[in-house]
Write a protein that binds this ligand. Structure first.
Ligand code: AGP
Length: 612
């Protein structure tokens, strides 16, 4: 959840570190810090609570710190409150070692107690400081940094990406990783480590993804990577093919808005390469028709918005495949003793490819013999590398914490996979297959049509932004879409919100509806439109204010009942959430804007959740 960066080279490190941290601030933003080493000034550490600009002001844009070797960190607190002391880098008591850490050290208390008995004094409440102190302890035993790092890694349990500098090694940056992302970047003027490509794309596109248990030693001109037994490794280089502007705001006020507007193009990029001669082609999937026929149950496992994609796909895939499809929250699945075996296909969905619960669920599924297919946005991420098959969403870098374009591309990719599997199984008529595929290809244009004129969404947001509690209701695909609309709203506007399957309302929740309560009624799913309308009438009868989202076909009917109506273009019923979710994203965005919220970096959240 935190972001780490390191640089060793022929340029001043501090400005590079600050710039990289700024690009990664979405990963964590409660405190930040950098440590830079120079011959004359030794190890200099600056860290503080608050956003990165506080650190930047404190160091005059990095000008106060001298040296061409350094590490930096932007924090999302797990152990210890966000304050100056708990901020990274953490420095060993003797001032020899500074370290940044992303992840969680599970056995830190036991190690801390042991070191305290040996006389070590701790200053912070963090698990990360324990690693710095333990490293200093072992280094002073063996006087060899690599050996000391090896001893520490054998002792600590949990997840980590580490960036380490030691005053005795003025030209070397040391890195290690397990279950937390870390990449190495090869630059002209030096080499980098970072949690995320976005931090270093300005300097290099030539990267190596570190694997679990690996340790790296970087100097200005060399990178050596070792396995957990300190044997040297030959790593495969990758080239980052997206442009630096993709990770910049490009004139938009917020990344979230930019990413909403990028959705037509993102969907096009996800879809186009996968359709050839009127058929879905998934070159990266190695499942045979025979294997697919042998699948008895499909599991879709994910967290948050990715889970909501799974909810939509469950409805669509069961309809298309006539096979049981179960959608599970990864955090529940992993501990549920799941009934998964070699006849199960487990599809995991993750934008970041680093969500710990999703990764653990996938490992559990593999352990039980299932085949795993990962739908991932971040190339080279842990989930992408561990899954049996991976399909990328090609949404480009998503910076806003609240997902939009990654969600949309996941959705459309799941639709393509559904069609592909149905074709292999022979469970879809050709005419239906062709109709769905044609509509998938038309989605970018239809979405663009909506995005060219959404002034009404902005207007309704200004009308309703001061509500304290908002309900989203809908049936079937509209219910699944409502879950996402509700999550978007609560995560960036902090308004209490719930999504309900309309039919469930009268089993309890309707008691919360009182005069003036805002209900967002979703009526885009044609097959159940009339039933959904009955529920709209029920909440209206109890005084609710109803903001509806519907399709061009149902506009007239909806306008007769709802207080306000947003209309999206018609498409194949299965694909309607791809269009219907966009006004919900925009509604959340404009409500948050009206309320003065920090849209791209909502409180308490981080972009990739690498802790349990
Ligand atoms: C969505 O807006 C959230 N930020 C969050 O629910 C997210 O979808 C979830 O944490 C899963 O992330 P992943 O797709 O990277 O695994």
């Amino acid at each position: 959840m935190c972001g780490i960066i390191g640089f060793v080279g022929r340029e001043e490190a501090a400005p590079i570190l600050l710039d990289g941290l700024e690009r990664m601030e979405y990963r964590g933003y409660d405190s930040a810090g950098i440590a830079v080493r120079s011959e004359t000034k030794g190890l200099q550490v600056k860290k503080c609570k608050g956003r990165l600009r506080v650190l930047s002001d404190l160091t005059h844009g990095g000008a106060d710190l001298e040296g061409t070797l350094g590490i930096g960190h932007t924090r999302w607190a797990t152990h210890g409150e966000p304050n100056d002391i708990n901020a990274h880098p953490h420095v060993s008591e003797n001032g020899q070692i500074a370290l940044v850490h992303n992840g969680i050290i599970e056995n830190y208390l036991e190690i801390k107690e042991h070191l305290m008995k040996l006389g070590v004094t701790f200053t912070s409440d963090t698990d990360s400081e324990v690693v710095a102190q333990l490293l200093a302890f072992h280094y002073n035993e063996c006087h060899n940094m690599l050996e000391a790092v090896g001893r520490v890694l054998r002792r600590i349990e949990g997840s980590y990406a580490l960036g380490i500098v030691c005053s005795d090694y003025p030209n070397a940056l040391i890195a290690a990783r397990k279950d937390s992302p870390l990449i190495i970047g090869y630059g002209e003027n030096g080499n980098f480590i970072a949690s995320d490509v976005t931090a270093i794309i300005k300097h290099t596109r030539d990267v190596v993804y570190m694997g679990d248990g690996e340790i790296a030693v970087l100097t200005a001109d060399s990178v050596d990577v070792f396995d957990d037994e300190m044997l040297p490794l030959e790593k495969q280089h990758s080239t980052v093919d997206w442009d630096v502007s993709a990770a910049e705001k490009g004139g938009y006020a917020h990344f979230m808005f930019k990413e909403i507007m990028e959705q037509p193009e993102a969907i096009r990029k996800t879809v186009s390469p996968r359709i050839r001669e009127g058929r879905v082609v998934l070159d990266d999937v190695s499942m045979t028709a025979e294997y697919v026929r042998d699948i008895s149950r499909i599991f879709i496992v994910a967290c948050g918005s990715s889970y909501h994609v799974g909810m939509v796909s469950k409805y669509n895939w069961e309809r298309l495949l006539r096979r049981p499809v179960q959608v599970d929250l990864a955090s529940e699945f992993r501990y549920s003793d799941p009934l998964v075996d070699e006849h199960s296909l487990v599809v995991v969905i993750s934008q970041s490819g680093e969500t710990l619960d999703t990764m653990a669920a996938m490992r559990e599924a593999k352990r039980r013999g299932a085949r795993t297919l990962a739908i991932v946005n971040v190339v080279g991420s842990s989930i992408a590398r561990e899954a049996d098959d991976v399909l990328y969403t090609w949404a480009g870098p998503e910076i806003a914490v609240a997902t939009t374009k990654a969600y949309s591309t996941q959705l459309v990719l799941m639709d393509l996979i559904g069609l592909y599997l149905a074709d292999l199984l022979g469970t879809v008529e050709k005419s239906e297959y062709d109709a769905i595929l044609a509509e998938i290809q038309a989605l970018p244009e239809k979405l663009q049509r909506f995005l060219d004129h959404f002034e009404d969404v902005q207007y309704f947001a200004s009308r309703y932004f001061n509500h304290n509690s908002i309900f989203f209701i809908g049936r079937n695909l509209d219910y699944a879409m409502g879950l996402e609309g509700s999550l978007k709203l609560k995560e960036i506007s902090y308004i209490h919100s719930e999504a309900y399957a309309s039919g469930e309302l009268k089993h309890g929740t309707i008691s919360l509806i009182e005069p003036g309560t805002l209900v967002v009624a979703l009526g885009t799913y044609a097959a159940l439109f009339d039933k959904a309308m009955s529920n709209v009438v029920e909440v209206k009868a109890r005084g609710a204010e109803v903001l509806a989202v519907t399709t061009e076909s149902f506009r007239e009917k909806m306008e007769k009942t709802a207080d306000a109506t947003i209309v999206v273009p018609d498409t194949h019923p299965m694909l309607q959430p791809s269009l219907g979710v966009v006004p919900l994203q925009l509604f959340a965005y404009y409500v948050a804007l009206q309320r003065g919220c920090d849209i791209d970096k909502p409180r308490n959240l981080a972009k990739s959740v690498t802790v349990e």
